[in-house]
Design a protein around this ligand. Structure first.
Ligand code: PLP
Length: 398
């Protein structure tokens, strides 16, 4: 057998713990709240087909040709207006980069800004794939404590003072993956101020912000940015379809230009046909109404899940009550090993993602993420009952 000499960027253990969890949860016997998938029944298949047909009929050759690394101008203009309308973010066309999923923004920002040994500050817990990406570039992480109002700004300032080699603060301020929490308005303002004061960059990752089913919209951290220290990223994955792999960055033109060069090395440009088709889709459809439909469905599913927690889970269990997005976070006191708990729950034919991989540092025992967007109502009801029974058994030490 060849012993391949992988670069230092490749994780030495080479294991995909979350992949193994999702694989175990994919058994059709199992009701899975583990994945992070949108509801496929709301994908706008018919409307998107009409948009693609129109693109082929009107500018099929352009759509099939190589394109510009920054993206199709019509789509960049759409994003420029979209971030102004939805987030009060002022952007020129030069500030917009179309990417292959917003996941690519994480990678490009990591490549462009993180030197080995630089510190990246993250919410505790945070989106696990962001940890994986920044790790590839040699980041050291420090977790910043959260509460129900999101990342705590006093804790962040402490971390910034004690870690002068901090380069980046990564946050998911709306309906965070994995906790479902939303950062309060005053903290957003403070975060933009701290970034300028300590000359560090904030990567504001907002895939879920539009999927709000309760409460009031809170403007983006980027809308408070006066110095260019905040980079804003979002995606069409949750409002249209993740299979399009269409995301974007809004940042200072200098940052956009440097990242464009790196993007060119990665994939030359994002799929042209999809970019033209999404721009066409926006022109021909009431996208706000479509997003409201998604939000309403997820709101109902979240409520069913919260009702199931109240009805079936052991006393003392804590959980978040998100106003949007796709996830809620559960903390079961008295559990030492969440992965073991996951295995017990699998025996009851129900699955979640254990909290451990979402932590940059020491994980919080007994914490796990539940997804409510992807399971139909009957599955949520049945699954929460099964999960409640499994947790009752685990807490009782059976
Ligand atoms: C917080 C967060 N950021 C980024 C992404 C990547 O999304 P995409 O690449 O589909 O835009 C996800 C996907 O679930 C996510 O949860």
């Amino acid at each position: 057998m060849t012993q391949f000499k992988f670069s230092k960027r490749v994780p030495a253990d080479g294991t995909d713990a979350v992949g193994a969890i999702l694989k175990a949860a994919a058994d059709p016997q199992i009701i899975s709240f583990a994945g992070g998938l949108p509801a496929p029944e709301l994908f706008p298949v018919k409307e998107m087909k009409a948009a693609v047909d129109k693109v082929f009929a009107t500018h099929g050759q352009e759509a099939m040709q190589y394109g510009a690394a920054k993206g199709v101008t019509a789509l960049r203009e759409l994003i420029q207006h979209h971030v102004k309308e939805k987030e009060n973010v002022d952007a020129e066309l030069d500030n917009v980069l179309v990417t292959t999923g917003s996941e690519q923004v994480l990678d490009l920002v990591g490549k462009a800004f993180v030197n080995p040994g630089d510190t990246v500050l993250v919410e505790q817990p945070t989106y696990l794939c962001a940890l994986d990406v920044f790790k590839t570039y040699g980041a050291n992480f420090a977790g910043v404590e959260m509460d129900e109002q999101g990342m705590k700004m006093d804790a962040l300032e402490e971390a910034l003072k004690s870690r002068p080699n901090t380069k980046l603060v990564y946050t998911v301020p709306n309906f965070q993956n994995p906790t479902g929490r939303t950062m309060a308005l005053d903290r957003r303002q403070k975060l933009a101020e701290l970034a300028a004061k300590y000359d560090v960059y904030v990567l504001e990752d907002n895939p879920y912000g539009e999927i709000r089913f309760a409460g009031q919209h809170v403007p983006a951290v980027k809308s408070f940015d006066k110095t260019g220290h905040v980079f804003y990223m979002s995606t069409f994955s949750k409002t249209l379809a993740p299979g399009f792999r269409l995301g974007w960055l809004v940042a200072d033109a200098d940052v956009v230009n440097k990242l464009t060069v790196l993007k060119q090395s990665a994939d030359l440009h994002t799929d042209n046909l999809v970019q033209y088709a999404v721009a066409q889709f926006f022109a021909d459809n009431d996208v706000d109404a479509h997003v409201r439909e998604i939000s309403d469905l997820y709101g109902k599913r979240k409520q069913l899940m919260a009702d199931g927690i109240k009805q079936y889970f052991p006393a003392g269990v804590k959980y978040t009550d998100p106003e949007g997005g796709m996830f809620l976070w559960v903390e079961v006191p008295g559990v030492d090993d969440t992965v073991e708990l996951f295995k017990e729950c699998l025996k009851h034919n129900v699955a979640f993602v254990p909290g451990d991989p979402f932590f940059a540092g020491k994980p919080q025992p007994g914490a796990f993420r539940l997804n409510y967007s992807n399971a139909p109502e009957d599955k949520i009801k049945a699954g929460m009952k099964q999960l409640g029974e499994a947790l009752q058994d685990a807490v009782a030490g059976k």
